[in-house]
Design a binder for this molecule. Structure first.
Ligand SMILES: Nc1ncnc2c1ncn2[C@@H]1O[C@H](COP(=O)(O)OP(=O)(O)O)[C@@H](O)[C@H]1O
Ligand SMILES: [Mg+2]
Length: 253
């Protein structure tokens, strides 16, 4: 436990990703519980500034709300809304796969969020179960159907679709298994986020990680295992994870 100069009392560590460590904290002035992401400022200064610039612009019910950021002792701290049920990856590990109806409820929220991001001329580029946070869980009264309310986070790899580059961004990033094949050819645009949403749907309905298709892998490429799924879920996943990005299903709007 420590107190930061900006008046936050730091609590438990709640997460660690490839770049940052995330803590639960309380803002003393207001008693509000928040999440604080701590990043080493000098490691990837441009990436951190891009993350904050992207987050600052976002105002959507399915995107984690940014509050403020500040520097202290060589670290950058990003303060945001706290989601008490943690990330979707841990949820699926604990509870197994979701039903089609449960997964559809989550997917429609993520589609709303990603369409909003694309309208802001940004790509997320790291859509994965670890970057989807659960803010509310409601259980049905007379069935065991679970409704998850989710918020997208981690704009560390979000990139502006710059005019003149046809929306292409040329550097390989993202979480293996969730990354679209054309990303490895260093030529991709917002359809890559659709592939990742398909990989998310695959993860939600099977409870498994999507196959890692990185070209650097030595083992033979793993295939999607759709056998346990309904025909509707399998069909949608195949259309979202279509390797040819020109034939991939698109987001509306
Ligand atoms: N606002 C939040 N509320 C609750 N848990 C969070 C929040 N932000 C992040 N986490 C937890 O911390 C993990 C890492 O955060 P993330 O922003 O994805 O960092 P990284 O860039 O290192 O991947 C998440 O997968 C999640 O478990
Ligand atoms: Mg992350």
């Amino acid at each position: 436990m420590g107190i930061l100069s900006d008046g936050y009392v730091m609590g438990d560590r709640i997460g660690k990703g490839g770049f940052g460590t995330v803590y639960k904290a309380i803002k003393k002035l207001t008693d509000r519980t928040v999440a604080v992401k701590k990043l080493e400022r000098d490691k990837f200064p441009d990436r951190i500034e891009e993350e904050i610039r992207a987050l600052e612009r976002m105002r959507h019910r399915n995107i984690v709300q940014y509050y403020e950021s500040f520097d202290e002792g060589g670290y950058k701290y990003i303060v945001m809304e706290y989601c008490e049920h943690g990330d979707l990856r841990s949820y699926l590990r604990r509870n197994g796969p979701l039903s089609d109806k449960e997964a559809a409820h989550v997917l429609s929220q993520l589609i709303d969020a990603v369409s909003y991001i694309h309208r802001q001329m940004l790509m997320h580029r790291d859509l994965s179960t670890g970057n989807v946070l659960i803010s509310h869980i409601t259980r049905g009264v007379d069935d065991d159907e679970v409704k998850l309310e989710v918020k997208l986070t981690d704009f560390g790899l979000a990139t502006v679709m710059r005019p003149g580059t046809k929306g292409a961004a040329a550097s390989v990033v993202g979480t293996p298994g969730f990354v679209a094949p054309q990303v490895y050819l260093e030529n991709y645009s917002k359809e890559a986020d659709v592939y990742s949403l398909g990989a998310l749907l695959y993860s939600m309905t099977t409870g498994k990680s999507p196959p890692d298709i990185r070209p650097s892998r030595r083992e033979p490429q793993a295939e999607l295992d759709l056998r346990s799924l309904s025909p509707e879920a399998a069909d949608l996943i195949e259309r979202m994870m279509c390797k040819d990005h020109k034939r991939r299903i698109q987001l509306n709007g």
